[in-house]
Design a protein around this ligand. Structure first.
Ligand code: URA
Length: 339
């Protein structure tokens, strides 16, 4: 028998797999040794409120990129217990995070069993008890689409006061590679503190704001014994990895090394600690819908030292686990009401 097969998992673990089109929803509905729903739920009973009057008039809301629907699926039954949504760029990182959360929640897989991986549609989604772990792809458009659908999913599911995290990678500015950055501010490539989107031929701007209380709570979860630094600062959200982040090594480049260094120094002076490609839309959409949210990224390079990310596979895996460890600790303490 193929031990990676979803049917194998279903048989041994009572994992529920939900398919629609090429659905990528992964459910892990196992017993927890530590936490039970209700007993450890957050105090707030506030459900997600959408800022869209049209949705109420619709017979069904199809969450197209999640391959789910408000009528075709019982979203409340499937996701009503969700307290935390954790997003990261790649399916493999979010699978690793699902395993990490299993450890954190003390969920046990029977010997030989694995969490199945289905990656043949847009996003890869895993559920481990009250935690969703989902890949968001690269850049503002990709995570923006996912956020619309995840926020609607939380609304339809009547999830209570959920928190959304992005656990990602970034390029640091003046910090050692492997440093963990908790974003307390987001700016776009022009230094604007908002997310800008063209709607009906006009520019709409939404403030890119983070929840300061959540940031403080995250900071309190930092392990003082970590061998690396965890810092807070402004995150610049670029629309591109190469020219948009001032790199010299894209297929096209019209600026000089000096111009790049001058630009990066200016960013540093303005408090920018890292550059990634999702922060403005992430902060704006969660803030606009009143959902607590935070971004925790590891830095893969110090951009003051170069452009090319040259990290060994082992190093990359270890650095990527750092934000996961911090968010996992937050989730654990939050469920234990120790924050
Ligand atoms: N991700 C980015 O957007 N930039 C980097 O330099 C590294 C990761």
């Amino acid at each position: 028998m193929n031990h990676e097969s979803p049917f194998y998992i279903c048989h041994f673990l009572r994992i529920k797999l939900q398919f629609r089109f090429n659905s990528e929803v992964h459910f892990i509905g196992m017993e927890s040794n530590v936490y039970t729903d209700g007993e450890h739920s957050e105090c707030s009973e506030r459900t997600v409120q959408l800022k869209n009057p049209h949705l109420g008039n619709m017979d069904e809301d199809v969450l197209y990129h999640l391959a789910l629907g408000s009528k075709s699926h019982d979203l409340e039954e499937m996701f009503g217990d969700v307290k935390f949504v954790c997003m990261g760029g790649t399916p493999s990182r979010m699978k690793t995070f699902a395993y990490h959360i299993m450890d954190v929640l003390d969920y046990k897989l029977p010997v030989g069993a694995v969490i199945s991986e289905i990656t043949n549609y847009r996003f890869s989604l895993y559920k481990v008890g009250p935690v969703l772990s989902i890949s968001h792809g690269m850049g503002v458009p990709s995570i923006g689409i996912l956020l619309h659908e995840i926020i609607k999913l939380l609304y339809h599911a009547k999830a209570k006061d959920p928190v959304i995290f992005r656990i990602g990678t970034s390029g640091g500015i003046g910090v050692e590679s492997g440093t963990v950055v908790i974003s307390d501010n987001a700016v776009d490539g022009l230094g604007n503190h908002f997310y800008e989107v063209a709607v009906l031929g006009k520019i709409v701007r939404r403030p890119a704001t983070f929840n300061m209380e959540l940031i403080e709570q995250l900071k309190s979860c930092v392990d003082p014994n970590d061998s690396y630094e965890t810092v807070t600062g402004t995150t610049m959200c670029a629309n591109d990895f190469y020219e948009g982040q001032g790199r010299l090594d894209g297929a096209i480049c019209d600026h000089s090394e000096n111009e790049k260094m001058e630009y990066l120094a200016q960013l540093r002076e303005r408090g920018v600690v890292n550059i990634e490609m999702e922060a403005t839309v992430f902060a704006a959409l969660t803030h606009h819908t009143g959902i607590r949210a935070a971004i925790v990224c590891t830095t893969l390079i110090d951009r003051l030292q170069g452009d090319q990310v040259m990290v060994t596979k082992d190093q990359m895996e270890e650095w990527q686990r750092r934000p996961q460890k911090l968010v996992g600790e937050y989730i654990k303490r939050s469920l234990q009401k120790k924050l």
